[in-house]
Every structure is written in structure tokens, then in C-alpha cells.
Write a protein of this length. Structure first.
Length: 219
């Protein structure tokens, strides 16, 4: 759904919640699965949440926590996080992706630095979701090539086809962008770092779409 709202004042939440946590909210006879995206310093104010999906059959009368407690991460949560990062990057690169202007590295109006970080993070999380779905295990790290090599051959091929590249081209592009997350979040230490934004955007979209397709086969 993607809409952002504030929990109604009459809604109660069982226990503390944190940003990035999923909660169920019962409003007007419907149950909304929502992602907490903001909290007020005033503990009496309800959290800001983003609606993820509506479940008309769920029965929680109050908002309850759906937070992962140890074990394997919920792949749906990983995919939601990857999609949120990609959406955030799109907003950072609104001008360049719509063809209006080239970005300025340190421009506030065209914030390229967080845009690159978010694109790399979206790719990272989508690849981790694929590993989670295929091997039923969590993985760590930010190096994109290592994560790409960790997914199945079938998923690698699906990503390659979505990108319309040869295997050699995909490996070359992925190697070049492999450390984008680490480099760009501390870009002020380096002054600059070459990056192919268009590839990152295409790769993030391809990885996310592949993870969503694999998730559908698991249902």
C-alpha cells in the first residue's frame, strides 16, 4: 500500500516498539500489517507507521509486535526493507532518473551520497533475502559480488536476464560496484569515488524483482 500515517490515539501497542519493527494494527474492522518508520520522544504519542498490507482475516484486537526474535529473518521483511531503500534512492535521484539534470555530489537538492548508499543497500538486502529463501540461513557483509555469488545459479541467471547483460558484463559491473555501500557512506574521507548510478538502479530493481519472484514460489 505504501501510505504513511500515525497510529490512532485510541490504538494501544503491547510492549515497546522500535523503528524497523512490524506491528499489527486493528482499525475499523481491518487489520493492517505496518512498518514502524518513526517514533516520538514523547512516549504518549503513537508511532508513525507505513501500511504494508491488509489482512481482513487476522484477529488481533490491538497492535501487537511481529518483531523477529533470533533465528532466521523473515524474507518478507528483508524484501520490504530492500523496496524501501530503492524507493528512497529514487527520491534522491529524482532529477537524474527523470532526465532533468546531472547530480552534484554534495548538493542537498540532489543528494547523490545517500542515493548511492541506498541503492547499494537495496541490492545487498535483496541478495540476502534470496540467500535466506534458498538456503534458509542469514548472511552478513556488504560486498555485493560476494553476496551475488552466494545466491543460486538460477537466481543469478534471472538477475542477468532482467538486466539484459552477458554474464561477463554483469560480473564486471558488479565487481566495480561491489564496495559502493562502504565507500559512499564515508565518501567525505575519500573526496570522490566512481560509481555507475544507472547500473546500481537497474541491479537493485532486478535483485528485488527476483527476490519477490522466488518468494512467490515459496508460498
Amino acid at each position: 500500500m505504501g501510505s504513511t500515517s500515525i497510529l490512532p490515539k485510541f490504538t494501544t501497542v503491547k510492549g515497546p516498539v522500535s523503528v524497523g519493527e512490524y506491528i499489527f494494527v486493528r482499525v475499523g474492522g481491518l487489520t493492517f500489517r505496518t512498518l514502524v518508520i518513526g517514533l516520538s520522544e514523547n512516549k504518549e504519542c503513537p508511532p508513525v507507521y507505513q501500511v504494508v498490507e491488509i489482512d481482513q482475516n487476522a484477529e488481533p484486537a490491538e497492535a501487537t509486535s511481529d518483531k523477529n526474535v533470533g533465528g532466521i529473518f523473515d524474507p518478507k521483511q528483508l524484501i520490504h526493507a530492500a523496496r524501501a531503500c530503492l524507493l528512497g534512492a529514487d527520491r534522491c535521484f529524482l532529477k537524474i532518473f527523470t532526465g532533468f539534470a546531472a547530480p552534484n555530489l554534495f548538493s542537498i537538492d540532489e543528494p547523490q551520497i545517500p542515493g548511492v548508499v541506498l541503492l547499494a543497500l537495496s541490492i545487498e538486502i535483496s541478495l540476502k533475502a534470496l540467500i535466506n529463501l534458498e538456503r534458509e540461513e542469514n548472511t552478513t557483509g556488504h560486498v555485493l559480488r560476494a553476496l551475488f555469488d552466494g545466491v543460486s545459479r538460477e537466481s543469478q541467471e534471472a538477475i542477468r536476464v532482467r538486466l539484459g547483460m552477458t554474464e561477463a558484463q554483469l560480473h564486471e559491473k558488479t565487481d566495480a560496484a561491489s564496495n559502493a555501500f562502504n565507500h559512499w557512506r564515508y565518501i567525505f574521507e575519500k573526496g570522490h569515488s566512481a560509481v555507475d548510478v544507472e547500473f546500481l538502479k537497474a541491479m537493485a530493481t532486478a535483485c528485488l524483482n527476483t527476490a519477490e519472484a522466488v518468494l512467490q514460489t515459496k508460498r
